[in-house]
Design a protein around this ligand. Structure first.
Ligand SMILES: [Zn+2]
Length: 94
């Protein structure tokens, strides 16, 4: 999953904790394979391929910034990040 660009792409965010790229897609513009049942707005974890629908754009924006809420591998990356922070309180995220 290393798509450079989506036709319906509205936002793209590289998470500084998980280092994964999350894309917000308008499924009305790119209906090729995206399921619209859960809502028009779709966030995609470009690194792990997980997808989730949202009924509103604002909700999708919230999930864009927090992939660990809906992408399991990102959740594990967040857990690992937090564990590392606890071990080395001096270290800062880049
Ligand atoms: Zn992910």
């Amino acid at each position: 999953m290393t798509s450079d660009r989506w036709a319906g792409e509205r936002a793209r965010w590289r998470n500084r904790i998980t280092h994964t790229t999350i894309v917000l897609v308008d499924s009305h513009t790119e209906p090729v394979w995206l399921d619209q049942d859960g809502g028009r707005w779709v966030t995609v974890c470009d690194d792990h391929g997980n997808v989730i629908n949202h009924p509103t754009y604002d909700l999708a924006r919230d999930h864009l910034a927090a992939p660990w809420g809906w992408c399991d591998p990102c959740q594990k990356l967040l857990d690992a990040y937090n564990a590392k922070q606890r071990q080395r309180p001096e270290s800062k995220p880049r």
